[in-house]
Design a protein around this ligand. Structure first.
Ligand code: ADP
Ligand code: MG
Ligand code: ZN
Length: 476
């Protein structure tokens, strides 16, 4: 029997505001515990929340960029539960009347374009952070994060594979980053995802029973946890069993998912409208203004890179995955007249370097100026392609300019005819047998001679010149 996965994702994105959603406390990360707090975010009696307008603006921008329908009136609700990281005993969220509904994000997987529906986007506050100290048998709570603004973005169960889930998350994250409303950092938790997944017989109409996967803090973990869960659920169904609706935790060390809590333990949150906050009325003129100010989004930029620089779609897709990477490309492409060459160097050596070091383009040891300078040296024939690769490696190591490296190490390409003549003569002297064979018709030995001359000149010879001189000597 063949099975099909059905996946829906719930993403929590932390908004990049200076202050919290209902008070003026700082949202800065990494301050000493309980220093970014006030009576409002600590939930003291008698205090009143005041909505941060920037939070609404960021949420509205996200809704517009994901083609959602905005509700001109939405409402905040209290989600009631007890946990030590939640000082008020409830989280302010939106429930029955969210800010936005019915949008979509477009993804590309294996050359196919597909729309993943967005069910809703709503605003809410984050909870605090617990740290456990098992050695001393105690836990500590830090309320700095309490009241930090989040948006929750819930997808329709339109996703059919771990790969599609990864593509959706990457596209959504790119949109948030281009909008500059979220820093998109999954490891630090500013972009988090819970995955709902069920499996059904291929062709079946109704969905199967789903589980919810938690602790997915990288794209890799999301895809891996989903693959494991598909396997587990399919196995149960194949044996005629039924999947239990439950929340499961992904454990990357054990490479498995395991139950966290079942449906019986599911919370009843007793949602009700927050009486301290008025319904939120969006001003249509303000929304129009926000819409007008939307920046170029990943897809639009991809199309523009194809049109403006003549790049293949493949290149444009990779370069626009991160706004900063696309900026890097465009800055270089403006300074060097062959965009495809720029793209090749970024997608090949540069991304290879960044991936190996695990750093973002913003921290690239090779600056735009230095990359452009390197391409200039190749273009002018000062260094060969081969030497350029070594120079690039040294640029990556030291952050120095290619000019400095080339001059200091005497890597300048030898185009000087006299020097090359000498090298060619030496090689032909050394290989009389091969020369004979060449004259007897084994013309493919030309490559061998070129290689020997390159060796003789430590890779610095201009290969075109070498070819010309060899031809002159051998074919006379
Ligand atoms: P809850 O209230 O438990 O969070 P929701 O109805 O809000 O449930 O759905 C949460 C997520 O689960 C959504 O992203 C939705 O697309 C997804 N989902 C719902 N049903 C299924 C299913 N049978 N299989 C996989 N995903 C599902
Ligand atoms: Mg939900
Ligand atoms: Zn506060």
């Amino acid at each position: 029997m063949s099975f099909e996965a059905v996946i829906g994702l719930e993403v929590h994105a932390q908004l990049k505001t200076q202050t919290k959603i209902f008070c003026g406390c700082s949202t800065a990360f990494g301050n000493p515990p309980n220093t970014n707090v006030c009576p409002v975010c600590l939930g003291m009696p008698g205090v009143l929340p005041v909505l941060n307008k920037k939070v609404v603006a960021y949420a509205v921008k996200t809704a517009l960029a994901t083609h959602c329908t905005l509700s001109l009136i939405s409402r905040f609700a209290r989600k009631n539960y007890f946990y030590p990281d939640l000082p008020k005993g409830y989280q302010i969220s939106q429930y029955e009347e969210p800010l936005a509904q019915n949008g979509f994000v477009e993804i590309d997987v294996d050359g196919h374009r597909k729309r993943i529906g967005i069910t809703r986007i709503h605003m809410e506050e984050d909870a605090g952070k617990l740290t456990h100290d098992p050695d001393r048998g105690l836990s500590r709570v830090d309320f700095n994060r309490t009241g930090v603004p989040l948006i929750e973005i819930v997808s329709e169960p339109d996703i059919r594979s771990p790969k599609e889930a990864g593509a959706y998350l990457k596209q959504l994250r790119a949109i948030l980053c281009y909008l500059d409303v979220c820093d998109g950092n999954m490891e630090e938790g500013s972009f988090r995802c819970d995955a709902n997944i069920s499996v059904r017989a291929k062709g079946a109409e109704v969905f199967g029973t789903r589980t919810e996967l938690k602790n997915l803090n990288s794209f890799k973990h999301v895809e891996r946890a989903l693959a494991l869960e598909i396997e587990r659920q399919a196995e149960i169904l194949a044996e005629g069993g039924s999947v239990l609706q439950e929340t499961r935790l992904y454990d990357p060390d054990q490479d498995q998912t395991r139950p966290m809590r079942g449906k019986e333990e599911a919370h009843d949150y007793r949602y009700f409208p927050d009486p301290d906050l008025l319904p939120l009325h969006l001003d249509e003129a303000w929304v129009t203004e926000l819409k007008k100010d939307l920046p170029e989004l990943p897809r639009q930029r991809r199309t523009r890179l194809i049109q403006a620089y003549g790049l293949p779609d493949y290149d444009a897709r990779i370069l626009t995955a991160e706004r900063e990477l696309a900026d890097y490309f465009e800055d270089c492409a403006k300074a060097f007249p062959h965009p495809k060459t720029v793209s090749n160097w970024i997608m090949g050596p540069l991304l290879g370097l960044l991936n190996a070091r695990g750093v973002a383009i913003q921290e690239s040891p090779v600056s735009r100026e230095n990359l452009v300078a390197l391409l200039g040296l190749i273009e002018e024939g000062v260094i060969s392609q081969r030497i350029a690769k070594t120079v690039f490696e040294q640029m990556a190591e030291t952050g120095r300019s290619p000019k400095e490296i080339v001059e200091e190490q005497g890597l300048v390409q030898v185009s000087d005819v006299k020097a090359l003549e000498t090298a060619v003569a030496r090689v032909l002297d050394r290989f009389p047998e091969e020369v004979k064979a060449y004259h007897a018709g084994k013309v493919q030995l030309m490559g061998f001679f070129v290689g020997q001359v390159m060796k003789e000149t430590k890779g610095k010879a201009n290969p075109e010149r070498v070819n010309e001189i060899l031809k002159k000597h051998l074919d006379g």
